[in-house]
Design a protein around this ligand. Structure first.
Ligand code: NAD
Ligand code: ZN
Ligand code: ZN
Length: 343
């Protein structure tokens, strides 16, 4: 089968021929219908050797959906042909976090051969993906597996970031989404579906701002030269919550300068910026959280929300041959929403 593999650090991945894996006891072989290209893969490729304790090569792709092709001995709960979403963080399954379904926080994630699908372990940018356990699969029901693939990260991650903050988003509150790409375009929809907050979207790209408006943002602003004062004027005060899907010095300064007293910043983007927190540079009683991916129970909730019709994934389909170039295009900011590779 074909697979897009990371062969060396700080280099482009390669499309290679590899053997179709055989499911061992408890494992499930999934025929891939769609696998999303996430900006985190670009960070992963940019970071130097040694940042992660993983052996190369491995197949990329941590946002995968497909159909069950074969079940290993003892793997239950699914039948061949079932449409499934692959929960991406693959933990030990037994630590204090894994047993409550938070495999994204597995205590042993860096002591194992990988942290998840396409992250040390072979992922979904291939004809087939071998999933270590049926517990990591979520039934898709009648959802289209190509369109549903991004649910497992582009929707799960903003859902996990937003869910604890929903009680603050009362009528009259406001939420700012910085960076309306794969994750941010879903965040706008989550905010509209789950809260009465006024939603202000910010992006450098005109097409991303148009997407934000299509998905229900009340206003979409150009990030270029946007100051906290401009944003506060637009909001008529400070922001209740800022979801930052970029995370560089500029966006974090914008977030810190815009939140209201007691306001919250969810820093999702891996842009490597610093949050200004000297006294006076940020309002009183601010809070900041760095959420990481999401839990299995939350993924079931996200799928339920999608099945209710509340989420529309904006996707562009690519073939496996186009995947490596797809990462270049992602780097250049050429996609609206998510690029999904359809093997
Ligand atoms: P993406 O490339 O699809 O979207 C990024 C968007 O941000 C684009 O629309 C781009 O135009 C916009 N943008 C870039 N710089 C900007 C700026 N200065 N101001 C405003 N907008 C700007 O990326 P994605 O796949 O949605 O991922 C977003 C970020 O989230 C990445 O850093 C990714 O690594 C990170 N991420 C984190 C987690 C986590 O668990 N914390 C999970 C997935 C992705
Ligand atoms: Zn990702
Ligand atoms: Zn664990």
């Amino acid at each position: 089968m074909r697979a897009v593999q990371l062969v060396s650090w700080q280099a482009d991945p390669e499309l290679r021929d590899v053997a179709v894996p055989e499911p061992g006891p408890g494992e499930v072989l999934v025929e891939v219908a769609g696998a999303g290209l996430c900006h985190s893969d670009l960070h992963l490729m940019e970071w130097p050797e040694g940042t992660f304790p993983w052996r190369l090569p491995f197949t990329l792709g941590h946002e995968t959906a497909g159909t069950v092709a074969a079940l290993g001995r003892g793997a239950g709960g699914f039948a061949e042909g079932d449409r499934v979403l692959v929960y991406g963080p693959w933990g030990c399954g037994s630590c204090v976090h894994c047993v409550r379904g938070a495999e994204n926080l597995c205590l042993h994630r860096f002591g194992r051969p990988g942290a998840g699908c396409g992250l040390g372990y072979d992922g979904g940018l291939a004809d087939y993906v071998l999933v270590p356990s049926a517990r990591l699969l979520v039934p898709l029901g009648d959802l289209d597996p190509v369109e549903a693939a991004p649910l497992t990260d582009a929707a799960l991650t903003p859902y996990h970031a937003l869910k604890p903050e929903l009680p603050r988003l009362v009528p009259g509150s406001s939420a700012v989404v910085i960076g309306v790409g794969g994750l941010g375009s879903v965040a706008v929809q989550l905010l509209r579906a789950l809260s009465p907050a006024r939603v202000v979207a910010i992006d450098l790209r005109e097409a991303s701002r148009a997407l934000a408006l299509r998905f229900g943002a009340h206003v979409a602003l150009d990030a270029r030269d946007l100051t906290p004062a401009d944003l506060r004027e637009e909001l008529g005060g400070g922001a209740t919550v800022v979801l930052d899907f970029v995370g560089n010095d500029e966006t974090l300064a914008l977030a810190a300068g815009t939140i209201e007293i007691g306001g919250h910043v969810a820093l999702v983007g891996l842009g490597g910026g610093s949050f200004p927190m000297t006294f006076g540079s940020v309002p009183l009683e601010w809070s900041l959280r760095r959420p990481s991916w999401g839990t299995l129970p939350e993924l079931h909730e996200v799928v339920a929300l999608a099945r209710s019709g509340a989420l529309e994934l904006a996707i562009e389909r690519l073939s496996l041959d186009e995947a490596v170039d797809g990462y270049h295009r992602l780097h250049a900011g050429e996609f609206n929403g998510r690029a999904v590779v359809v093997p």
